[in-house]
Design a protein around this ligand. Structure first.
Ligand code: ADP
Ligand code: MG
Length: 463
């Protein structure tokens, strides 16, 4: 068996494989979400970096990020997936508005460096967060998990290892974990079938099939995700078949994932199906309640340590969330993120009713919070008129509500400090900063203020 003992490369996207046109995606957001939501939120998203399976998007504030995650993330992902099927995740990076351009330039420069350093394709994209340590074992996945680990100890004993299961059940996570485990001592290739096709077509166009063949056939561990994608694509199947055979011949380990068993693959040549089924086929089933609860608890721990914040969900709420998501762990995590974002914004322990409200058809319940709305709600709440709130008078019964409104405008909208200042009768941004500081301090020290803020927020969120 050939093994590459030097530190191997794992594969992925090089800069020249960038495929997304962000402007095009933005205009699709505008159509799907409507102008109001688009202008308030989505327009502010910037594309920082593109990987084969995920994107890093820039957001101006943490609140903004939470808001987007809790309300629009699923739909954004769905939308970008329609431009690039292999995407399955979006990460956010908080970048102050005036630094956004610099940040994008910085990333692009980094890209260039890696591009020069590594030849085409040698771009490490194994996600370090998807490892064995944070893959939670349950009845539905323990066979898949234990064989994934065995493959790492005993290369080419189970060959190919074929993991199958529905969407969002952890296939990519396991493949990635295997890749991480083996990458130090092997030449690991980790690619989705869709990307495989991308390279295939590109090589045909460039008349460079020799390199393509060499490249894929030199790996000692070949991991291919979502093989069902080759369905109906005959020339791709042909190429895959040859790659597969050549890798098997030299004793490379092959690991494959799919949403169905080999024999159920549609429009795939029989000889390929039988080769795929020739090793070990293991199923990942839908998670039971116990596993879902374990995953929620683990994710909560991760969020706590990531944000250094104490987020508590009662057992009742955890159970509720676990039951809400019937079959899919990705969806379970999506729901949990929404619930956590809400609890952070509102700073309170959630009841089942809160959860129901949060999850009640999230997209049809979209509420956009604007500075105008905040000014109206706050002035009403404190029983002063809008013109009093915006006036230059400094008496405390007017100044406090004004500061509260500025504070909320900063926390709950994506407006910048100068913009908020302008909306408050052309005040300077330093006045807004002062208001935010004052109210932040009071909200920590003064119970009355804390209560007021919570009530105002829930009015805003309920409207
Ligand atoms: P698939 O490839 O089967 O569609 P993924 O591997 O992308 O699913 O999993 C979806 C999400 O659920 C990922 O965020 C993954 O980390 C998470 N996940 C799935 N199964 C588990 C598990 N057993 N423990 C922890 N996280 C999991
Ligand atoms: Mg997957």
């Amino acid at each position: 068996m050939e093994k590459n003992k030097t530190k191997a490369h794992s594969v992925y996207v090089s800069e020249e494989e960038k495929t997304l046109n962000w402007e095009e995606i933005q205009s699709s957001f505008q159509k799907t979400f409507g102008s109001e939501i688009y202008n308030s939120w989505l327009q502010k998203l910037t594309l920082i970096k593109e990987f084969n399976d995920y994107l890093i998007l820039g957001v101006p504030t943490r609140f903004f990020r939470d808001w987007i995650v809790s309300r629009y993330l699923d739909k954004i992902l769905e939308q970008v997936k329609s431009f690039k099927l292999s995407l399955n995740r979006i990460e956010f990076k908080i970048i102050e508005e005036n630094k956004q351009n610099q940040e994008i330039i910085k990333y692009n420069e980094l890209n260039k460096v890696t591009e020069i350093k590594d030849s085409i394709l040698n771009y490490n994209r194994l996600n370090p967060k998807l490892n064995f340590d944070n893959f939670i074992q349950g009845k539905s996945n323990d066979i898949a998990l234990s064989y994934s680990k065995k493959v790492c100890e005993d290369i080419s004993r189970y060959n190919p290892l074929y993991l199958c299961g529905g969407v969002g059940l952890g296939k990519t996570h396991l493949l990635n974990a295997i890749g991480l485990e083996l990458q130090d001592n092997n030449n690991v290739m980790f690619i989705s079938a869709e990307r495989f096709m991308y390279h295939f077509i590109k090589s045909i166009k460039k008349n460079d099939m020799v390199n393509f063949k060499d490249f894929f056939r030199k790996s000692s561990v070949f991991i291919i995700d979502d093989i069902q994608f080759i369905s109906g694509k005959d020339s791709l199947q042909e190429e895959f078949f040859h790659t597969f055979n050549s890798l098997m011949d030299k004793g490379s380990q092959i690991i494959i994932s799919s949403d169905r068993t080999p024999m159920k693959l549609d429009r795939v040549q029989d000889r390929i199906k039988s080769r795929l089924a020739g090793g070990l086929v293991v199923d990942i089933e839908t998670p039971d309640l116990e596993l879902k609860i374990k995953i929620i608890r683990k994710k909560l721990e991760e969020i706590q340590s990531q944000f250094k914040e104490n987020i508590q969900l009662s057992d009742e709420v955890i159970n509720y969330v676990a039951n809400e998501s019937k079959t899919n762990i990705r969806e379970l995590i999506g729901i949990l993120n929404r619930v956590v974002a809400f609890s952070r914004v509102n700073n309170k322990e959630l009841s089942i009713n809160d959860c129901k409200n949060i999850l009640k058809d999230v997209f049809s319940q979209i509420r956009v919070i604007t500075v105008d709305k905040i000014q109206n709600v706050v002035s009403n709440y404190f029983n002063i008129s809008l013109s009093e709130m915006l006036s230059q008078r400094r008496s405390r019964p007017l100044a406090r509500p004004r500061q509260v409104a500025m504070y909320l405008a900063k926390k709950m909208t994506s407006r910048s400090l100068p913009e908020i200042g302008r909306r408050f009768a052309n005040r300077d941004h330093t006045t807004v900063i002062h208001a935010v500081k004052t109210i932040t301090r009071l909200s920590e020290q003064d119970d009355e203020m804390k209560k007021n803020l919570n009530q105002i927020k829930s009015i805003l969120l309920d409207q």
